[in-house]
Design a protein around this ligand. Structure first.
Ligand code: SF4
Ligand code: SF4
Length: 379
């Protein structure tokens, strides 16, 4: 998959380095110390949320998430806690070799409980499922998608993948009409470039032909810039949309995106010509104070503890998914952090929402009709 995507959807470093109450930074796997499990992770599914009010009033500007059904779609991000990946991209900052399979398996069991709890939210739901590895290599992941497929209120689920394995077999029983993918293109990992590129594109095509939504993503590591327009041309020939992500991290001793040159920025701006705000914010423009739908139309849920944040970057603590009285915002609020780092979170900003609507492939925005002013990212 795409570590830059993963970062943005909280797996690494957010799931990998989530901040719990008290400012302690831990990985989800470190949570399996006895005390943490006893304190945070439920051992049995929580009872159904009561349908009648307990008499506690919602705070001003908030509504009860489980007690007040709504037709407004909600995006919930909760990452599958696994680090297994069959690729070793040189620019990947994730640790695929130091994985502890048994601990990860336990974390996936807890994540499944979290996902099932999320699925009881009485709203149309879009689930964003990142990982710190490659979902095609994780069998239980597909069981989760089969369960979600059967839920009427779950309108879509998204994940990033390198599409290196036959998704058409793995996805048996999954409602492809609900599937959104960010297909991360990593040509450096191809053994036979033309053959593997053909396979990658044919898998994208299979998903689209069966009603799914796909956007190919490409990481703009230094030296790869000129490849992006070439691959985008090929993808378009196959009828698949393609986008790119700025590189965030260390590469050959330099830190990105700060180390991008003027010329790099000019190229990136050109690549994002149809969505200038994405380039603006992904390149490091401050987001603090910007009106945003995070915490209102989107939530970030820790896969193991169920702690809810407004988004992976601002990380405002909103409560626990296991609290029947959990309250969600009813209007946009000001961003409380300096840098909104990724497409999909930038798409939650009110100024973007007014002009664009999100799709199931959550890196994608559809332009609204002329004169239409959007009030929610998914509606
Ligand atoms: S495909 Fe695997 S190795 Fe490559 S960037 Fe994604 S997670 Fe990292
Ligand atoms: S602008 Fe971005 S970082 Fe800020 S609250 Fe919204 S989604 Fe989060």
């Amino acid at each position: 998959m795409d570590p830059q995507t993963s970062r943005s959807t909280n797996s690494a470093p957010s799931a990998a380095r989530s901040t719990l109450a008290g400012g302690l930074r831990v990985t989800p796997f470190e949570l399996f110390g006895e005390r943490a499990v006893a304190a945070s992770a439920p051992t049995a599914p929580a009872p159904e949320a009561p349908s009648s009010s307990t008499g506690v009033a919602a705070r001003p500007g908030h509504a009860f998430l489980f007690k007040e059904p709504s037709d407004v779609p909600l995006l919930v991000s909760s990452n599958c806690p696994t680090t297994l990946c069959n690729y070793r991209c040189t620019y990947c900052y994730l640790d695929h070799d130091g994985r502890d399979g048994a601990t990860e398996d336990k974390a996936v069991v807890h994540w499944n409980r979290t996902v099932d709890r999320i699925a009881t939210i009485p709203r149309p739901l879009y689930l964003a499922i990142g990982t710190e590895g490659e979902p095609l290599t994780v069998k239980p992941f597909w069981e989760t998608l089969r369960r979600l497929s059967a839920r009427e209120n779950v309108k879509g689920f998204w994940f990033p993948t390198n599409l290196s394995r036959p998704i058409e077999k793995l996805a048996e029983g999954v409602d492809i009409g609900k599937l959104g993918l960010t297909a991360s293109l990593h040509p450096s990992e191809f053994k036979d470039h033309d053959r593997d590129l053909d396979l990658f594109l044919s898998r994208c095509r299979w998903v689209v032909d069966n009603g799914g939504s796909v956007v190919i993503n490409f990481i703009l590591t230094p030296g790869q810039f000129e490849l992006f327009p070439v691959y985008r041309y090929i993808a378009r020939q196959h009828g698949i949309a393609m986008t790119c992500n700025v590189f965030k991290g260390e590469f050959e001793g330099k830190s990105y995106p700060d180390a991008y040159t003027e010329a790099d920025h000019a190229r990136i701006e050109e690549f994002f010509a149809d969505r200038p705000l994405v380039h603006h914010y992904m390149s490091g423009a401050p987001s603090r104070g910007v009106a945003c739908h995070a915490g209102q139309d989107a939530l970030e849920v820790h896969p193991v503890t169920g702690q809810v944040l407004n988004c992976p970057f601002a990380q405002e603590k909103m409560g626990s998914i296991w609290d029947d009285d959990f309250q969600i915002r009813t209007k946009p609020s000001a961003c409380s952090t300096d840098w909104c780092q990724c497409h999909w979170t930038i798409g939650l900003m009110a100024e973007v929402t007014k002009k664009f609507k999100r799709t199931r492939a959550i890196f994608d925005f559809e332009a609204r009709e002329p004169g239409e002013v959007g009030e929610h990212p998914f509606a």
